[in-house]
Design a protein around this ligand. Structure first.
Ligand code: ATP
Length: 236
């Protein structure tokens, strides 16, 4: 069951120690080839949902299946998920490629050179990968962070607000990166609080508000038919 589906979430609930329910009922799926946007205003529960997926926090209830394997602490299937963690600590005096290599060595996992090259290629870093990071723009740093999440070419890529702080050309580049990544049967789950961004970057959208899913489906349907969605997720 679900063996070929990158992600199936059923009845996810997360109540924090102080009793606050950040996610009260979340169900959705991410299939191969899809770029799914988890869309909602600040505080909707997006980060909490993604942190559960990355194994960083335990759900209070519900089940997560990654390629048919139940996700539990220490699941080997976590290695099939690539994640962008907040503010990865790059070493500014080293080149982009040196940073990626040192990160990967620390994971202790084997990696083919071809995978390395493909991740860098998809991230659109080009020759700047051989420059020191201190010369990078914010957008390039962000793409390096994404390249890091893509090393090993995980079949499911999970990114929390990857376009935060980027300017429009950088956002357009990020959009191409995500689309490229999802081709060839991989899948991407990305959070955002901007409807326009999800509309342009994603094939599907899951709209979450106050810990509950209020709409889900192909992005054309979500954007076209739901004025309430637009109202709910518009920037304050
Ligand atoms: P943002 O875009 O601001 O990150 P979000 O949709 O990702 O929003 P979450 O970060 O998941 O939302 O937070 C959902 C709610 O859970 C927020 O109201 C937040 O204050 C609360 N919350 C997050 N972490 C904790 C915690 N450790 N303990 C208690 N409440 C928390």
């Amino acid at each position: 069951e679900y063996a070929d589906i990158p992600l199936v979430i059923r009845g996810l609930r997360k109540e924090y120690a102080d009793g606050f329910v950040a996610v009260s009922r979340v169900d959705f799926e991410v299939h191969r080839g899809q770029v799914v946007g988890l869309l909602g205003p600040n505080g909707a529960g997006k980060t909490t949902t993604l942190r559960v997926l990355m194994g960083l926090t335990q759900p209070t209830a519900g089940e997560i299946h990654v390629f048919g394997h139940r996700l539990v602490p220490g699941s080997p299937v976590l290695s099939r998920i690539g994640a962008l963690v907040e503010g990865p600590g790059f070493l500014p005096h080293l080149t982009g490629i040196a940073n990626l290599r040192s990160y990967w060595r620390a994971t202790g996992r084997p990696l083919a050179d071809a995978h390395f090259d493909e991740a860098i290629e998809i991230a659109g870093l080009g020759d700047s990968i051989h420059r020191r990071i201190k010369t990078y723009s914010h957008g390039m740093r962000q793409r390096l962070a994404i390249a890091q999440a893509m090393l090993g070419l995980p079949e499911l890529l999970v990114l929390d607000e990857p376009t935060d702080g980027l300017d429009p050309p950088q956002i357009a580049e990020m959009r191409r990166v995500l689309r490229r990544y999802a081709t060839g049967g991989r899948a991407v789950l990305v959070s955002s609080h901007l409807l326009a961004e999800v509309e342009q970057s994603c094939t599907h959208a899951v709209v979450v508000n106050k810990g509950v899913i209020v709409a889900a489906g192909p992005v054309e349907e979500i954007v076209g038919e739901s004025p309430s969605v637009q109202f709910d997720v518009s920037d304050p």
